[in-house]
Design a protein. Structure first.
Length: 365
């Protein structure tokens, strides 16, 4: 399947790396050999992925180096500071050195956690991300943000640590449940809305069943990696432009945090956030209502809800003020100033936000 592998080159201040995308990509990334052959490697694998794909993973890494494997239990709660400390002890006891490489295999939780270990261990060693969820392929594995959670909040303790390589092997997605697929589609739809026009067209032509095919998934991951890397290259550490990637996230994070991260996926929360922020863009006179409707119709076509019971406007407003993107107590928004034309760092009057929340995503019952 070599011919089906595509590559995106990501340039960063510290050098460049490739995102290798395709079915069977894990067998077609020869640069892994150099990165893995230098010393014993730390392989961090999500337990579900290990159960489903352990034999495949073993066969792909056979002969490429010597590995110590840490199986990471499922769940956001394991992406924590105490778990990281335990993992550092395990790395030391396993002979991981300054010349070692970390390999993180799993969804965004595993990627963020293993990236965090790599960023801090001996002041930083290389990380190869092998994302196995759509969300991790289209979003978290590219861009170098790594973090763990503390009791005060999610992703509070972290770093920018660009990977040495990302291998997005589409074959992993064959076992991904539909709800997890939707979770990733929300971020890919975000890329389509904020400027990845080819992706917008692909989503408009397709539906949930058609995009489940390997060639569509490959295109979605490839286009998302191209788009995200082009943004990250221009603003690696989120000093400005990178904030466009937060479209849907100011409200989305407030939704997640109001619901205490229970019973809602990140993607579903971002979809609600995008529905609200599209409407804010319309009311701010930036975006045509017809285009906003085209976007919300796409969210619904791909199984993402744009309204939800159990949310309240006051609660959402309060949570928005505690977000990392808030400064001086004022929420900042990425909005659309036209189809595929994002603007960022916009302040919006509280009354406008309140009215939009009440009219769009918050629903009784
Ligand atoms: N670093 C970033 O830029 C960034 C961006 C977005 C999200 N994130 C982080 O990503 C995390 C969410 O990632 P996620 O949605 O991938 O969650 P996740 O890592 O928890 O994976 C979701 C579920 O899918 C299962 N799974 C993984 N691969 C599978 C496969 N191939 N087949 C079947 N099941 C599989 C996992 O076991 C898990 O139960 C959050 O912690 C979030 O903060 C980071």
């Amino acid at each position: 399947m070599d011919g089906t592998v595509k590559r995106v080159r990501v340039k960063t201040s510290g050098g460049s790396y490739d995102v290798v995308v395709g079915p069977g990509a894990l067998r077609h990334a020869p640069e892994m050999r150099d990165l893995l052959g230098r010393d014993v490697c730390a392989m961090i694998v999500n337990e579900t992925v290990q159960g489903l794909h352990g034999a495949y993973i073993r066969s792909c890494f056979e002969g490429l180096g010597e590995f110590r494997t840490h199986i990471m239990p499922d769940g956001e709660e394991y992406k924590s500071f105490p778990q990281a400390e335990r993992a550092f002890d395990w790395m030391l006891a396993s002979g991981i050195s300054r010349r070692s490489t970390v390999v993180g295999i799993g969804g965004g939780v595993t990627g963020d956690f293993s990236g965090f270990l790599a960023a801090l261990f001996m002041r930083g060693i290389p990380i190869i991300h092998v994302p196995t969820t759509l969300l991790a392929m289209v979003d978290s594995s590219v861009g170098g943000k790594v973090a763990v959670n503390i009791s005060a909040g999610k992703n509070i303790i972290g770093a920018f640590h660009q990977p040495a390589l990302v291998v997005a092997d589409i074959d992993f997605l064959g076992t991904l449940p539909d709800n997890e697929l939707r979770n990733g589609l929300a971020e890919a739809l975000k890329h389509a809305f904020i400027g990845e026009n080819a992706l917008f067209e692909l989503f408009e032509k397709g539906d949930f069943d058609s995009i489940r095919k390997a060639e569509s998934l490959m295109e979605i991951v490839y286009r998302s990696a191209l788009f995200k890397s082009s943004v990250v290259e221009r603003d690696e550490r989120e000093g400005g432009l990178r904030a466009i990637l937060n479209f849907g996230h100011t409200v989305g994070h407030a939704v997640e945090s109001l619901l205490e991260y229970r019973g809602i996926s990140h993607g579903q929360a971002v979809a609600l956030g995008m529905a609200a922020e599209l409407e804010i863009s319309v009311r701010a006179g930036l975006l045509d209502r017809a285009h906003a409707r085209r976007c919300t119709e796409l969210l619904e076509r791909y199984g993402l809800r744009i309204r939800r019971a159990g949310l309240d406007v006051d609660g959402l407003m309060a949570h928005m003020k505690y977000d990392k993107k808030t400064s001086l107590g004022r929420a900042r928004f990425a909005l659309l100033s036209g189809p595929g034309k994002p603007v960022y760092d916009r302040e919006v009057l509280d009354d406008v936000v309140r009215a939009v929340l009440a009219d769009t995503i918050v629903t009784g019952g």
